[in-house]
Design a protein around this ligand. Structure first.
Ligand code: PMP
Length: 434
């Protein structure tokens, strides 16, 4: 071990950090202001990555920062096991108000993975059934239960078997990749395979939960067709299965509705949320009906840190800002501009195979050949690096990093969208074809 005093630069300090954590860039960030992130050289980057959909209101948002400062002086310590505290109860009520009935009972936790763990435990205990159905290409986190339902990349699972038993995977309806863009065909096929799973592999009476991302995130920014989510709701109703929606990446207005499941007009049984909930402070939650949580039972689950008062104060400021600034309308308008701008680039560049998404959650999939749709797994990473050099942060996703994902802040301006699209288009045009 090297004593910290012997190190004289940031790179040497970082050498003590684990090499296990994946990171998109090797830059060191000093601060963020609004929608710009700054590195140690003082260079500003238009931040359309947001720590992967976390700082959805940008950096140092005045209302969020003020709420944090105010709460820090009153009460920091986690109190959930000790009693109540105002920001925690108020955030629960404010979240409850964003959901349709009967979703009205909130449990706070710390991370997306923890929210998934809680939902899985709730589903098994409440239904008394072992089975969990999840979808191929899904990402739900890195704790053991969450890893067990994650298949977006083999690296998340390799070497960790045996994982949670009782997990069954069905195909996620991928219109572009498997059905030439035909959403209804993708939906019908995926529902048919699910029915056949229930007829041949596990009886639906043994299934506690169906767990799905309404738009697959890490898996490549693939929206589930509306008819598919409705079909899942029907299947769950018919067989007494809980429909658990993972809104960790899609939530808080990202898709143009407060919750992405709203696009399908369905009401889930359990919703998991995290990331943008407190604009950067660690916090997550699940919501279900109070009746379900009562059946789960007192002491059936818990968390020392879940519902930290400072994080909850930030969460309240986030919800108030989304409402007061009418940000859902902004997401729809800016999302349409972004899709149009990207569409113009795709019209000139056949390396882009597909542009898809909802609101400000848009994926650009790169292919080696538009006809075969063979994924291009090298260009997007090069493009991401070159965009960063040009002052724009966008990230890749998808099984083989074949997709560049756009996750701008939800209060992004039209000028910033235009700036991002311009940098992206020019940078792509400058990258040679191989
Ligand atoms: N679910 C989804 C849809 C996610 O995108 C993520 C994080 N990328 C998680 C769960 C896990 O969240 P966390 O990293 O906070 O555990």
């Amino acid at each position: 071990m090297t004593a910290p005093a012997q190190r004289d630069d940031l790179a040497a300090t970082a050498a003590s950090l684990t090499p296990v954590l994946g990171r998109y860039f090797e830059r060191t960030w000093t601060h963020g202001v609004g929608h710009r992130l700054y590195d140690t050289a003082g260079k500003a980057y238009l931040d359309f990555a947001n720590g992967i959909a976390v700082t959805a209101l940008g950096h140092a948002h005045p209302r969020v920062t003020a709420a944090i400062h105010d709460q820090v002086d009153k009460l920091i310590g986690p109190v959930s096991a000790i009693g109540f505290a105002e920001p925690i109860s108020r955030l629960a009520a404010a979240l409850d108000a964003t959901f349709p009935d009967p979703l009205d009972s909130v449990m706070f936790l710390n991370s997306g993975s923890e929210a998934i763990e809680a939902a899985l435990k709730l589903a098994r205990r409440v239904t008394g059934r072992p089975g969990i159905v999840a979808f191929r290409g899904g990402f739900h986190g890195r704790t053991f239960g969450a890893t067990s339902v994650t298949t977006s990349n083999l690296n998340y699972r390799t070497g960790y078997e045996p994982l949670l038993p009782g997990v069954y995977f069905a195909p996620y309806p991928s219109a572009y990749r498997d059905f030439g863009g035909d959403e209804e065909a993708a939906s019908a096929s995926a529902l048919e395979i699910l029915r056949s799973l229930f007829g041949t592999v596990i009886a639906p009476s043994q299934v506690a939960a169906i767990l799905i991302e309404p738009v697959q995130g890490e898996g490549g920014y693939v929206p589930a067709p509306v008819s598919f989510l409705r079909g899942l709701r029907d299947l769950c109703d018919r067989h007494g299965i809980l429909l658990v929606i993972d809104e960790v990446q899609t939530g808080f207005g990202r898709t143009g509705e407060m919750w992405a499941f709203e696009h399908a007009g369905i009401v889930p049984d359990v919703v998991c949320m995290a990331k943008a909930i407190a604009n950067g402070l660690p916090l997550s939650a699940i919501i279900s009906s109070c009746e379900l949580q009562e059946r789960w039972g007192r002491g059936a689950h818990g968390s020392t840190y879940g519902g930290n008062p400072v994080a909850c104060a930030a969460g309240l400021a986030v919800l108030q800002t989304i409402r007061d600034e009418n940000l859902l309308a902004n997401v729809r308008a800016r999302g349409a501009e972004l899709a149009t701008g990207l569409g113009k680039i795709a019209a000139e560049d056949d390396r882009i195979g597909d542009i898809r998404g909802r609101g400000l959650m848009i994926g650009v999939e790169f292919v080696r050949d538009r006809g075969t749709r063979e994924p291009d797994s090298s260009l997007p990473d090069q493009l991401m690096a070159a965009c960063a050099d040009a002052g724009l942060l966008v990230l890749t996703c998808g099984h083989s990093h074949q997709v560049v994902r756009w996750i701008p802040p939800i209060d992004v301006t039209a000028a910033e969208i235009a700036e991002g699209v311009e940098i992206f288009g020019e940078t792509l045009a400058g990258l040679p074809r191989d």
